[in-house]
Design a protein around this ligand. Structure first.
Ligand SMILES: [Zn+2]
Length: 377
């Protein structure tokens, strides 16, 4: 799939984007069919979308064929597959969405039924139906009407409080003078175990409980634990510190789309901001001017902003590059989470005019600039 000149990003055909979205929506519907009767209709509807996109006689032709296909890599049944999604398997052996779908799905979802009422939009998680901008508009309406400082405080609050005891969350929000921001709902059943739930140690959102395993749906958090019969967690992944169990009674969390689009990237944005803010002689601003960029950095005495950073967390470098060709970032630096450092070289090739680095790379660069300035004074 190369042959692309540096700096221009080949766009996947609209039909492929639609098919990938339909596959993810059908997979999600299938995974919840036991508790959502409308899921069956959604699988049938998505079969129609895929049939129209593939053309007659190619690809799955019935809902049963589609569900079987969702357990195989997309390249085996979806023609013209982009390399970023070629190996994506949507459903695992238990009929649950795979972690890769949570990871890659967000890069890909497009609106399937523009201008029409979309029945799936009423109950499917937002990330499988809409793009981030629409979710952002809906989620942050309450913040956009206030001042800049208010916006920053509110957005940070959501990133740091994606779940918890409802009364405590309300108290903490009131203390910051914030209005209700996004909807919180009960802890979903698949994230409960005998009246308990566990926050992911990285993003604080409830982890999924399956058989004797508890794990965060976002695979890059690498939070995986073995669950004993007595309810103790033993680390199996990179995160070694097990979280304390919380009571389901009175507990709430943000929905999947807010978690996936704002909390997951927000964890990196806030972590990077706070780390830079601790450097001596350095001033920072998080989400300045209502998110014109993620972090702005300047030194003591410097009248102008010396670094502006935008963190982007995409599973596919190619999908990110395409996105930035449509909507270039306002920040000078494109910053990747450290778990995406493998994308740096590809993005530098695809976007030769954009300086690209990782959260650790930019931190070191700013630290050195601050040291030099300190030494010169
Ligand atoms: Zn997590």
């Amino acid at each position: 799939m190369t042959g692309t000149a540096a700096g221009t990003v080949r766009r996947p055909p609209a039909a492929l984007e639609r098919s990938v979205t339909a596959a993810i929506r059908a997979g999600h519907a299938w995974s919840v069919r036991r508790r959502r009767p409308e899921a069956w209709l959604e699988v049938a509807r998505m079969t129609g979308v895929i049939m129209r996109a593939c053309g007659p006689g190619r690809g799955p032709a019935t809902p049963a064929e589609l569900v079987a296909a969702l357990r195989r890599p997309l390249r085996e049944w979806l023609s013209g597959c982009d390399e970023a999604v070629a190996d994506l398997v949507v459903l695992d052996a238990d009929g649950e969405l795979t972690e890769e779908t949570y990871d890659i799905g967000c890069d890909y979802t497009v609106e399937l039924l523009t201008g029409l009422e979309d029945p799936g939009a009423r109950w499917l998680p937002g990330w499988s139906v809409h793009r981030a901008e629409q979710i952002e508009k809906a989620a942050f309406q309450a913040l956009l009407s206030g001042g800049d400082e208010h916006y920053t405080r509110g957005r940070r609050f959501i990133v740091e409080h994606p779940a918890g005891d409802q009364a405590e969350l309300t108290l903490a929000r009131n203390r910051l003078g914030l209005p209700p921001l996004v909807a919180y709902e009960e802890i979903p059943v698949e994230r409960r175990w005998r009246g308990r739930w566990w926050p992911c140690p990285v993003c604080r959102w409830p982890m999924r409980v399956r058989a004797s395993q508890v794990r965060c749906d976002f695979p890059r958090h690498d939070a995986v634990f073995a669950l004993t019969g007595a309810g103790a967690l033993h680390p199996l992944g990179g995160v070694r510190r097990a979280p304390r169990a919380q009571t389901v009674d009175g507990a709430v969390c943000v929905d999947e789309s807010v978690w996936r689009y704002f909390v997951v990237p927000g964890v990196v944005e806030v972590r990077l901001h706070d780390r830079i803010a601790r450097l001596p002689g350095v001033h920072t601003s998080l989400y300045p001017q209502k998110d014109v960029c993620d972090v702005a950095v300047w030194r003591d005495g410097a009248g102008r902003c010396e670094f502006t950073l935008d963190v982007k967390d995409y599973a596919s470098a190619r999908a990110l590059a395409r996105k930035l060709e449509d909507r270039p970032i306002a920040a000078e630096w494109l910053v990747l989470p450290r778990y995406r450092r493998g994308q740096v070289a590809e993005l530098r090739r695809l976007l030769p005019d954009v300086p690209v680095t990782t959260e650790d790379g930019i931190y070191q660069r700013i630290r050195r600039a601050a040291d030099r300035a300190g030494g010169a004074q």
